[in-house]
Design a protein around this ligand. Structure first.
Ligand SMILES: *Cc1c(COP(=O)(O)O)cnc(C)c1O
Length: 343
């Protein structure tokens, strides 16, 4: 039962009821929210449940609007999931390691124990090891597929083992799903009442500055997200702008195709540099690259005006740089500079 997993104070919470919640529908005179009557449409509080935008997202993603929560980036639903399910200083979270840093930061902020389970050396997932780390206080498991910073998809069967056997909630972060050959977990939503799928407009859609992320889950779980989130978390400018951007899915798909072509080319060129030790396979829009001295290479690239991500100090990533796939010209510039660094 999902309700048993919810923190008691959240289950019992009486949510803030805002003016736009108490009255729904169309009227000719709005005197309920202490708004300024002038400066339409920005004088009005926006739809707290973003119904128009969700209807559009639902069509594109093949889910029901009631299965969607929109957040300020995916970082918001990550934080909310922890606050909804995990009792501070009592419950815990299990996650793969290495992975996206925000899960631990949000766990730490909420004073919830965060248990890391190392991936295998080749960044593959061992479900049994992960499940063995969970106990009766584990409420949430974070899986990221394709994973950041390793770039690989996690094995579907291993993930399935976890979603089937674990009694708590499994959050599956699909920030890079558009770049991967595998289908999203969204299609499995109706069969898995205990999963939360996270996606974002920040990567393939090219909208990182807009700060809009998506959580998909059962209607029941989404109900708790709606109870806990700030009522007007997604402003009207964002709702309208994202809605307009969704009309250009073709353009997004063209960008993805271009970036995948660039990824293949960049991977080949990096591998051809004599001192590059390894270019890991990627299902995302970045490459993890192992070099003899990651700190020195990172610094040298900075000196030449090129910024990559130094992952040297991250588990299983010693000597590694994470390089985002850029435009053809940006990638050429990177390769040109790397080729003239002597090792
Ligand atoms: C970039 C990224 C996100 C996106 O976060 P936003 O808050 O939506 O910008 C989420 N998860 C992972 C693993 C990422 O790498």
């Amino acid at each position: 039962m999902i309700a048993d997993l919810i923190r008691k104070n959240i289950r019992q919470l009486k949510p803030y009821s805002c003016a736009r919640n108490e009255f729904r529908g169309e009227a000719s005179v709005y005197l309920d929210a202490n708004e300024n009557p002038l400066n339409a449409p920005y004088n009005r509080y926006p739809d707290p449940l973003q119904k128009a935008l969700k209807a559009k997202i639902a069509r594109i993603k093949g889910v029901r609007p009631s299965q969607i929560m929109l957040g300020v980036g995916s970082d918001e639903p990550i934080d909310l999931a922890i606050r909804i399910f995990c009792e501070p200083q009592q419950d815990n979270i299990v996650a793969i390691d290495p992975t996206y840093g925000m899960y631990q930061v949000c766990a730490d902020i909420n004073h919830v124990e965060y248990r890391k389970v190392l991936l295998n050396e080749d960044y593959t997932l061992n479900a049994d090891r992960l499940l063995a780390t969970a106990d009766e206080h584990t409420k949430l498991i974070f899986l990221c597929s394709p994973n950041n910073p390793s770039g690989n998809l996690l094995n579907r069967d291993e993930m399935e083992k976890i979603t089937n056997r674990f009694d708590g909630i499994v959050a599956i972060d699909e920030a890079y799903i558009d770049f991967s050959p595998e289908a999203s977990w969204l299609a499995a939503l109706d069969d898995h009442p205990n999963i939360i799928v996270l996606q974002t407009f920040s990567k393939a859609w090219g909208l990182a500055s807009v700060r809009c992320g998506m959580a998909f889950a059962s209607e029941e779980i989404i109900g708790y997200f709606n109870k806990v989130k700030y009522p007007y978390n997604i402003n009207l400018l964002t709702q309208n702008f994202v809605s307009e951007q969704l009309n250009h899915e073709d353009r997004k798909n063209e960008w993805v195709a271009m970036l995948l072509t660039q990824r293949i080319s960049l991977a080949g060129q990096l591998a051809a540099i004599p001192w590059v030790e390894k270019v890991y396979p990627s299902d995302a829009n970045f490459l993890l690259v192992k070099v003899p001295d990651a700190n020195a290479t990172y610094q040298e690239l900075v000196r030449r005006g090129i910024i990559v991500r130094n992952r040297h100090s991250i588990s299983l990533c010693a000597g590694c740089l994470r390089i985002t796939v850029g435009t053809e010209r940006e990638n050429e510039t990177l390769i040109k500079e790397l080729s003239t660094i002597n090792k």
